[in-house]
Structures are given as structure tokens and as C-alpha cells.
Design a protein around this ligand. Structure first.
Ligand SMILES: Nc1nc2c(c(=O)[nH]1)N[C@H]1C(S)=C(S)[C@@H](COP(=O)(O)OP(=O)(O)OC[C@H]3O[C@@H](n4cnc5c(=O)[nH]c(N)nc54)[C@H](O)[C@@H]3O)O[C@H]1N2
Ligand SMILES: Nc1nc2c(c(=O)[nH]1)N[C@H]1C(S)=C(S)[C@@H](COP(=O)(O)OP(=O)(O)OC[C@H]3O[C@@H](n4cnc5c(=O)[nH]c(N)nc54)[C@H](O)[C@@H]3O)O[C@H]1N2
Ligand code: SF4
Ligand SMILES: [Mo]
Length: 683
């Protein structure tokens, strides 16, 4: 068969959304490389996607629709055909609707694929049928709330400008593992301009390892560090008062407010020395081109939005956005202006229908009244692109909920995940090379087309196909269900003023980075008054705002250590996995080896432990059994577990999210994945 190279985009839930060159024929993909012509990807992709043929052509891919014949959680399924599978799902949904109302059905999804059609099309079915809504809080809600509070819009200086910076501050993220091409642009600045790389992270990540300076902060205290840095900027004359007068809401109020946030105060909270704080402030203050690349990681704390607002405020105090190579950047998600009416069925939303919090799925499924917003039980679900049994907080409650015999679950998946094992019906899903889609990117500025390159593996079908087939059986009537993926993409591009699909297909991608003045907020910030807000109106951003501070601060609502729970746990991403994906590929498993907890040498000694011991970690939510790993690149009292391993990879079968709470983080909800106080016991 003839082989050729086609352009595509990596579909995984990663801000990089790399442009790819894929060598393939009609049935197989062979080689996957980063597109060298794409100025952001610049030929660099991570090793796990470079090995993608291992995932697409994996012997464990689901090939047939399956019906459960054994217990929930077992792998006892029998093969059935598509007709029967879809008929069963439709019949269960219709019965549940008739008996208990449309809100008893909860379509549940996330970003296993970031393709707009395949990811978000499930909302079209939801809105048409008046099924319960989903408040998608598991990833970026906290981060975005904190950013928007100050900046007002989610965009910023072109990330390629990092190559033109003199200091790059990587704050609370680990791009060497989680968005590798950021490192390429940083390397360029270091090579061409002798730029310095500063990392703020509780432990020595791969990014911290190659940095010039790593500040190993205590988790959940970034607000305090940022406030003390602002204190020094005002104290030492690095605050840009002319800039602030023009571009910010209340500089005098802020100056007065941070007078109490001395380095001494911050040192006690953050665990960093006064010397470290002063040294950080000096380099930040005196350098013109400082580009702060702000991550999600440090916001997965109960005070995460407040911390994000404080970190963003620091760049506003110093007027860093004024120059090329300067400013702060978190995501570009607001630059695309995609009209998702057709994809998501926004024209048929009924605002009276309840919207349930994705992160609270455990509490919701066990019938917690508050999580259900006072409404009736969820009795039927269809799940696409996510594996909540593993990735959601309160794992024990999630498992208990999915074990309910009166809950009907259909899981559309590529692999037999733990969530699939609790399904009544499993439907096999295509991977990105088997269907058409378009992709936008948080971490850069390109819209990329990812075409169908090979025939579907087995009998797998795309999300769009499944939703279309279900819509007919359920009586959902929306023009999106009568269109192909390509037609929807074309309509969406045109309606969003991004040209047509055939134009995009020719070029592969489109660069939509706004001009310098817009990206650097020279024309003003995203709020109505065009100013950066030091004094945000948190009530505009969500309903859990009542205890939030007036100005940037350290909000003291984290799950802090106590005598009973003396360690702060961070559950960071693993280099060779992507959330729960790639935990099925042998090459990734081989590199990650097994679930381990990084503990400071001194803490190990205090506990009478050494490297490689099996221990129990626990709190009020449950217990996890795990191996110790001696590690000194963190503060005492802080422990790190990398990777969302399958629960089954742990002795005792309780995964790391057993220990994580689902209480909504102010102001708009979200899961505090890196904010848990725990005990450790030898076994
Ligand atoms: N290899 C790999 N890549 C991934 C993922 C993956 O699982 N593996 N996940 C993808 C997804 S869905 C996302 S959202 C992005 C996330 O990408 P990131 O922005 O990198 O965010 P996180 O993954 O949450 O955490 C990154 C870092 O935050 C640090 N951190 C935790 N708490 C604190 C704190 O209180 N203060 C500070 N300063 N730092 C803290 C952690 O130690 C960790 O090193 O990455 C994507 N890319
Ligand atoms: N402890 C801890 N837990 C975390 C985090 C953490 O840092 N620590 N991070 C959180 C974050 S940021 C996120 S975003 C979530 C992510 O959690 P998930 O949403 O579960 O993550 P993924 O592994 O990206 O994707 C889930 C599934 O989507 C499937 N999939 C991929 N493409 C398709 C498709 O086209 N169709 C269908 N039907 N299925 C498809 C994959 O096979 C995979 O099993 O995890 C959260 N959980
Ligand atoms: S870095 Fe992220 S977007 Fe790029 S190939 Fe890897 S997982 Fe995909
Ligand atoms: Mo995420």
C-alpha cells in the first residue's frame, strides 16, 4: 500500500497541541514526528506521542461493542453488534426519562480528545434532550478564574516570544514533562541571550533540574510569595507607577495592602528563606524582559485562584507586559472565538436544567443531596473521553457510585479502562487518526486540522458517529446530527471567521495570534474598564466567593498539616503518561516502573523507613499502599506522587485520588488535586 506523510495535531489534553507529520497508509500509522514548519511545535514532540503507533495499533484496543454479563467492575462482557448496543442505550435513556425525568440522565465527558467536534458534540445531545448539564471543573476552572480576576481575558504575549526574554519564570508547571515545546523556546533564549530560567515548584521536577534557580516552595503558598515580591517591588522602586496609573485599578490600595507582606512573613509561610525571596525579587525587578509562564499546577490548591491572581498581579505591578519578550502568560484559549453553536447545540439550551459539577461525580453518584443540588438521583450515563474511576477526586465514592445496580452506564472508549469495567454497555472508539477533527491550543495560537488517515480499527466508531446514531433513536432533532464531521468543521470555521475547511486543509494549520498591542494589553486588559484588577470582583466569577480576599493575598484555606496529618501531598503528572492515557502502553509503563512516593531523606529517617519500602498513606478519605522513593529536591513535610496510575497498579487497588477531596474551590469550583494533608505509616 502506498505510504504518505500527512499533517495532523496531537489530540491529547495538553496545552501544546503539537502539529504532527504522520507517515501512514490506509490502514496503519508508522512514524509520528513534530511538524518542523510549525513555528510553535518547531519539530518537537514528546516521546509518548512519537510512539503513537503503539497506542493506535495496541493489541488491547476495544474492537467490538460489549454488553456486561458479570459483576460491575469485572471484565465479563459479551460481544454484541452495534444495532443491539445502541438500542439498549436508547431504551434505557428513554425509560429513565419517562420514569424519572430527563435530568436523571447525565452525559459525562472530558478532554481525552481535544478535537472540538469529537470532544464537545456530546453537549448537543445533552442540550437537545434536556439531560443534566456538566460544569467542567476538573482541570482549568481554578486557574482560569484566578487569571480572569486580574487580566479579564484568557490570552497573552505570543509564547514564541519566550525566545526573546532575558528571564523566564516557570511558575507552578513542569513543561519538560507536560508541554515539551515550551522548553525549546526557552532553550533558544538561553542560547541566544544567556537568559535565566527560574522555576517555582514544590519539588525538583525535570524542568527545575535544568533551571538556573529552583524555588522549592511549600505547596499552596504561592500567594504569599507573590505578595512579598510585590512588597519588595514597591519598597525598592521596581514598581512601575506610571504603568499602573494607566493600566490598573487601584495601585495605591495595593501598595498599602502589601506593606504587611514582608519577606519575613512570606518566608514563614512558604518555607523559602528571606535571602531566596530577596534574590528572586531583585532579578525579577531589575530585568525588563521577564516572561512568566504560569501553569495549572500551583492552582490545584484550595486557594489556587487567589494565588493565580497574586502571581499575575506581580507582572502588572512591574509593567512587564510593555515589552516584547515580557509579561505573563497562562493560556491563549480566548483568542480563537470559535462559534460552537453547531457543535454543542448552544441554540437549544434550557437554562432551567440543573448543571452538575464534574469533579463531584463521586458524591453525585452516591446520592449526596448537596452535590445533586437538591434534585433526584442520576440513573443513566453515557461517558466519552474520560476515565473518572481513576482521575476524579474521592475515588472510593466514585467506585461506590459506579457499583450501583440501579445506575445504567454506557462507556465509549478506546481501551478497557476501569470506568469501562463498570459499564453496562461498552462502545469501541476511534483514535484521532481514524476520524476528522479540528484543534485549537491553550499553549499557542494555531488552529489545526486533523484528518482521518486510516480505517477505523476493528468496529470502532467516532464520538460523532455514536451521538448521531443515538440521536435518531432518542428523537434528538438538531441539524448537527444530519451533518458529517467535515461539514460541521467547515460550518464552524466559516461562522468563526477562520475561512473554510478546504483552506485549512491546504495549509494544515492557521496562526491566529493577535497583534502585539492586543497580546501585550497595550490597548487595555480584558475588563470593561480596560484595566488590570488588583481588586477583583470575585462574585462575578463564581458562587463560592464569600471568603475571598479583597486584594492579592495568601488565602489560608488549604488542607494544612496537623499532628494527625503531618505531610502535604502533591499528585503531579508523570512524564510518560498523559493523565490516565498511555498507562496502557508498555514503553510508558516500563519507564514509570510503579507508583512511588517521593519523600525527603530526613522524613524517611524520622519514620524509620528507607528507599523502596511499602508504606500506607492515608487521611479521612481513605488509604493508599505505595513504595517509598528517597528524594531530597523538596522541603521536609512535602511528598510527591507522580502520575494518575490505574487504581489496579496499587497494592490494595486504591489509587492516588482516594486521598483527594472534591469540595469546590473558590470562586467557581474545581478539584484541589495537589492539596491534601496525609499521614504515612510503615507496613
Ligand atoms: N506528561 C504529561 N503531560 C501532561 C499531563 C500529564 O499527566 N503528563 N497532563 C496534561 C494536562 S490535563 C494538563 S491540565 C497539563 C498540566 O500541566 P501543568 O501546568 O504542568 O500543571 P500540573 O500538571 O497540575 O502541575 C505541574 C506542577 O505544579 C506543581 N505544583 C503543585 N502544587 C504547587 C504549588 O502549590 N505551588 C507551585 N508553585 N507548584 C505546585 C507540581 O509539583 C508540578 O510539578 O499538562 C498536560 N500534560
Ligand atoms: N491525582 C490527580 N488527578 C488528576 C490530575 C492530577 O494532576 N492529579 N489532573 C486532572 C486533570 S488536569 C485532568 S484534565 C483529568 C483528566 O482525566 P481524563 O479525562 O480521564 O484523562 P485522559 O487520560 O486525557 O482521557 C481519558 C480517556 O479518553 C479516552 N479517549 C481519547 N480519545 C477519545 C475519543 O476520541 N473518543 C472516546 N470515546 N474516548 C477517547 C482515552 O482512551 C482515555 O481513557 O485528570 C485529573 N485528575
Ligand atoms: S507534548 Fe502534548 S501535544 Fe505535544 S505530542 Fe506530547 S502530548 Fe501531544
Ligand atoms: Mo488537565
Amino acid at each position: 500500500m502506498e505510504q504518505k506523510i500527512s499533517i495532523s495535531a496531537c489530540p491529547h489534553d495538553c496545552p501544546s497541541t503539537c502539529a504532527l507529520e504522520i507517515l501512514h497508509d490506509n490502514t496503519q500509522i508508522y512514524d509520528v514526528k513534530g511538524a518542523s514548519e510549525n513555528t510553535y511545535t518547531a519539530g518537537v514532540i514528546c516521546a509518548k506521542t512519537a510512539r503513537y503507533s503503539e497506542r493506535t495499533h495496541h493489541p488491547d484496543r476495544l474492537l467490538n461493542p460489549l454488553k456486561r454479563v458479570g459483576d460491575k467492575g469485572s471484565i465479563d462482557f459479551k460481544k454484541i453488534d452495534w444495532e443491539e448496543a445502541l438500542d439498549i442505550v436508547a431504551e434505557k435513556f428513554i425509560t429513565s426519562d419517562q420514569k424519572y425525568g430527563s435530568e436523571s440522565i447525565w452525559p459525562y465527558f472530558y478532554a481525552g480528545t481535544m478535537g472540538l467536534v469529537q470532544r464537545d458534540g456530546i453537549n448537543r445531545l445533552r442540550h437537545n434532550m434536556k439531560y443534566s448539564g456538566q460544569h467542567s471543573t476538573i482541570c482549568s476552572t481554578i486557574t482560569s478564574s484566578g487569571w480572569k480576576a486580574g487580566v479579564g481575558v484568557i490570552c497573552g504575549p505570543d509564547p514564541r516570544e519566550m525566545a526573546l526574554s532575558d528571564v523566564i519564570v516557570v511558575w507552578g508547571c513542569n513543561p519538560a514533562s507536560t508541554q515539551v515545546n515550551v522548553m525549546k523556546h526557552i532553550q533558544k533564549a538561553r542560547k541566544d541571550r544567556k537568559a535565566k530560567l527560574i522555576v517555582v515548584d514544590p519539588y525538583q521536577t525535570r524542568t527545575a533540574k535544568v533551571s538556573d534557580k529552583h524555588y522549592a516552595i511549600r505547596p499552596g503558598t504561592d500567594g504569599a510569595l507573590a505578595c512579598s515580591l510585590m512588597h519588595i517591588m514597591f519598597r525598592d522602586g521596581y514598581a512601575d507607577k506610571i504603568y499602573m496609573k494607566k493600566y490598573t485599578d487601584d495601585p495605591e490600595g495595593l501598595e498599602e495592602h502589601v506593606k504587611k507582606h514582608t519577606p519575613n512573613w512570606a518566608s514563614r509561610i512558604t518555607g523559602l528563606s528571606i535571602k531566596e525571596i530577596e534574590e528572586f525579587a531583585l532579578i525579577f525587578g531589575k530585568t525588563k524582559r521577564v516572561y512568566s509562564r504560569i501553569g495549572f499546577g500551583f492552582t490545584r490548591q484550595r486557594n489556587g485562584a487567589v494565588a493565580m491572581h497574586a502571581v499575575a498581579s506581580l507582572s502588572a505591578v512591574c509593567g512587564k507586559w510593555k515589552v516584547e519578550g515580557g509579561g505573563a502568560f497562562y493560556s491563549n484559549s480566548d483568542i480563537y472565538n470559535i462559534d460552537s453553536t453547531l457543535i454543542e447545540g448552544l441554540d437549544v439550551i434550557d437554562p432551567k436544567i440543573r448543571v452538575l459539577d464534574q469533579s463531584r461525580i463521586g458524591s453525585i453518584l452516591i446520592g449526596d443531596n448537596e452535590a445533586l443540588m437538591g434534585g433526584d438521583k442520576v440513573r443513566a450515563m453515557i461517558i466519552q473521553n474520560t476515565n473518572p474511576l481513576v482521575v476524579a477526586p474521592e475515588s472510593l465514592l466514585v467506585r461506590k457510585g459506579f457499583s450501583r445496580e440501579d445506575l445504567f452506564v454506557c462507556v465509549h472508549e478506546q481501551f478497557m479502562t476501569e470506568t469501562a469495567k463498570y459499564a453496562d454497555i461498552i462502545l469501541p472508539a476511534t483514535t484521532f487518526v481514524e476520524h476528522d477533527d479540528i484543534y485549537i491550543a491553550g499553549g499557542h495560537q494555531h488552529i489545526t486540522f486533523g484528518p482521518k488517515l486510516i480505517d477505523p480499527i476493528g468496529l470502532s466508531r467516532s464520538n460523532h458517529q455514536v451521538l448521531t446514531l443515538l440521536s435518531k433513536r432518542l428523537g434528538a432533532d438538531h441539524k448537527g446530527f444530519n451533518m458529517s464531521e467535515r461539514e460541521i468543521i467547515d460550518w464552524t470555521l466559516q461562522s468563526s471567521n477562520h475561512g473554510s475547511l478546504s483552506e485549512l486543509e491546504k495549509s494544515g494549520w492557521k496562526d491566529v495570534q493577535p497583534d502585539f498591542n492586543t497580546s501585550h494589553f497595550i490597548d487595555g486588559f480584558g475588563h470593561k474598564d480596560k484595566k488590570f484588577h488588583f481588586k477583583p470582583d470575585w462574585s462575578e466569577l463564581g458562587s463560592y466567593h464569600s471568603k475571598m480576599p479583597l486584594f492579592p493575598d495568601h488565602m489560608n484555606n488549604i488542607e494544612d498539616v496537623t499532628e494527625q496529618f503531618p505531610f502535604r501531598l502533591v499528585t503531579a503528572p508523570a512524564h510518560n503518561y498523559l493523565n490516565s492515557s498511555f498507562t496502557e502502553t508498555q514503553s510508558s509503563i516500563k519507564k514509570e516502573i510503579r507508583p512511588q512516593v517521593k519523600i525527603h531523606t530526613k522524613d524517611l529517617k524520622k519514620l524509620g523507613l528507607s528507599d523502596g519500602n511499602l508504606v500506607k498513606i492515608g487521611n479521612m478519605r481513605g488509604e493508599v499502599i505505595i513504595y517509598t522513593e528517597e528524594f531530597s529536591g523538596l522541603q521536609e513535610g512535602v511528598i510527591i506522587v507522580e502520575g494518575i496510575w490505574p487504581n489496579e497498579a496499587f497494592t490494595g487497588k486504591n489509587g492516588i485520588n482516594t486521598l483527594i477531596g472534591s469540595d469546590p474551590v473558590p470562586p467557581d469550583g474545581g478539584a484541589a488535586f495537589h492539596d491534601a494533608a496525609v499521614w504515612i505509616k510503615p507496613i
